[in-house]
Each structure stands twice: as C-alpha cells, then as structure tokens.
Design a protein around this ligand. Structure first.
Ligand SMILES: [Zn+2]
Ligand SMILES: [Zn+2]
Length: 104
C-alpha cells in the first residue's frame, strides 16, 4: 500500500516541477540582449526585456519596484503576481508587441 502512495507522489512531482522550471530558463534567444540598457527610451525598440517578453521599463519580474506602481493603478493580477496587462494566463489572447527598431 505504502509503495503505491509514494509512486503517486513521485509522479505528481515529476509532472509539475519541469513545467515550472521550463519557463524562466529560455532567456536571450539567439544571443540577443536579454535586457535593455539603462538609457533605453521607454516604449522604444531598445526598451525590451527579452527574458519576459515585455517592455523592460515595465517588467515587474526584473524590477520589483514597479509592482506597487501597477497595483496603484489597479493593473495587477493578484493570482499570478503580474500586471493584468501582461498576464497571459488570464488573457491568452494578449499580445505584447515589441516596438519596431528605429521607432521613437
Ligand atoms: Zn524581465
Ligand atoms: Zn493572471
């Protein structure tokens, strides 16, 4: 009896852990800069977090200081710990598009 319980637990763990681990690992595809430089203009091509697929100046996962700003404007998904405007889990149709090079 005890053996089968252990088996179930191990199965559950092996199913959930890779799903979590897979997400943040895919940083900087193709040698592209993962993060914007400090002097990148907000809303420009350079202002982009390649790791999280959002403008770097609005990336709460890279800059935790932004979290209260989003919360204050009501743009916050409590469930997923992300701005609602960036929460693909709540809105899978959401498209965050990188501005084209040379804009601004
Ligand atoms: Zn980021
Ligand atoms: Zn959400």
């Amino acid at each position: 009896m005890r053996r089968s319980i252990l088996l179930v637990v191990t199965l559950c763990l092996s199913l959930t852990v890779p799903a979590f681990a897979a997400e943040p690992a895919k940083a900087g595809k193709g040698g592209e800069e993962a993060h914007a430089s400090k002097d990148a203009k907000p809303g420009s091509y350079e202002d982009w977090c390649g790791e999280h697929g959002v403008p770097d100046s609005q990336c709460t996962r890279c800059d935790k200081a932004l979290i209260p700003v989003f919360k204050a404007t009501g743009d916050w998904c409590q469930k997923h710990g992300l701005p609602l405007s960036q929460c693909l889990k709540c809105d899978p149709k959401l498209k965050i598009v990188r501005p084209p090079k040379g804009s601004n």
